[in-house]
Design a protein around this ligand. Structure first.
Ligand code: FPP
Length: 251
């Protein structure tokens, strides 16, 4: 029998063939920790910035494949609240890269029907980055093919703190705070539950990513460094997810 990977890859070369996937076995929301850009560059005697640039090049094929495979939402971990401690030059390069990526890729993603949302604290981001975020969110807000969440100056703990602060400032009583209410105060309350987390570069860590949302997620960790991560491997992760038996705490 043809595998999901073969079907999607075949469809990409022959767009007229449609793929019929079992929605029950396809993750609705995939969250990705794009790790290993620095090591990818080091192995080639290149500056770390070259690794980040190579990491950006991977985004379009992965998002396209996600949409074709029936995934409804993808969250990308682009910059954490802890990443500010990196050398100033690298932080600056990353911010410039976010800006360039927004300019270069947002129109393309918009054409393909992606809705972009940014998760994280905006206050520390440079003004041009905030403007690009606002523009991207506004431009794509009515799209419905794929939701793309970009976690930028994002921390799972900050998100929980921010949700708590907003519940307090809304005057909620302790009795009103339960899991359903809490989830409504997260950065993207409309996003479906995260089903699958993919982490590249082999590290077995959560790194402060979506701490609330990954409660029942499956974890796919690969040694592949992010710039080498391919559509084919993405589909392998989706297939692997389909083989998992999810019990949600039951038997
Ligand atoms: C981790 O690799 C990667 C990052 C901190 C940045 C990720 C950013 C991109 C792929 C580019 C922009 C993305 C968007 C969505 C605009 P690392 O530097 O920690 O690698 P290392 O662990 O090998 O040093």
């Amino acid at each position: 029998m043809e595998s999901l990977r073969e079907r999607v890859l075949q469809r990409r070369s022959e767009p007229k063939n449609s793929v019929h996937l079992d929605p029950a076995r396809t993750p609705r929301h995939v969250a990705i920790i794009m790790d290993g850009n620095g090591r990818w560059a080091q192995r080639r005697w290149l500056p770390r910035a070259a690794g980040h640039r190579a990491g950006v090049a991977v985004l379009t094929p992965i998002l396209e494949t996600a949409g074709e495979a029936g995934v409804k939402a993808v969250t990308l971990y682009a910059f954490s609240t802890e990443n500010w401690v990196r050398p100033e030059e690298e932080v600056h390069t990353l911010m410039e890269l976010f800006l360039q990526t927004a300019k270069g890729k947002v129109p393309e993603l918009h054409e393909r029907g992606a809705r972009l949302r940014f998760l994280g604290r905006r206050e520390r981001l440079p003004e041009p980055v905030c403007e690009a975020i606002q523009h991207a969110e506004e431009l794509t807000k009515n799209n419905d093919k794929l939701d793309v969440y970009v976690a930028l100056n994002y921390g799972g703990r900050s998100e929980i703190v921010d949700a708590t602060r907003r519940m307090i400032s809304d005057g909620l009583s302790p009795e009103e705070v339960d899991e359903t209410t809490f989830a409504r105060y997260l950065y993207a309350p409309e996003a479906p539950e995260v089903d699958l987390v993919i982490r590249t570069s082999g590290e077995l860590r959560v790194s402060n990513f979506l701490l609330w949302q990954i409660a029942y997620a499956e974890f796919y960790v690969t040694d592949t460094l992010w710039p080498d991560f391919s559509s084919e491997e993405f589909l392998r992760a989706i297939e692997w997810f389909g083989s998992r038996s999810r019990r949600w705490g039951g038997v």
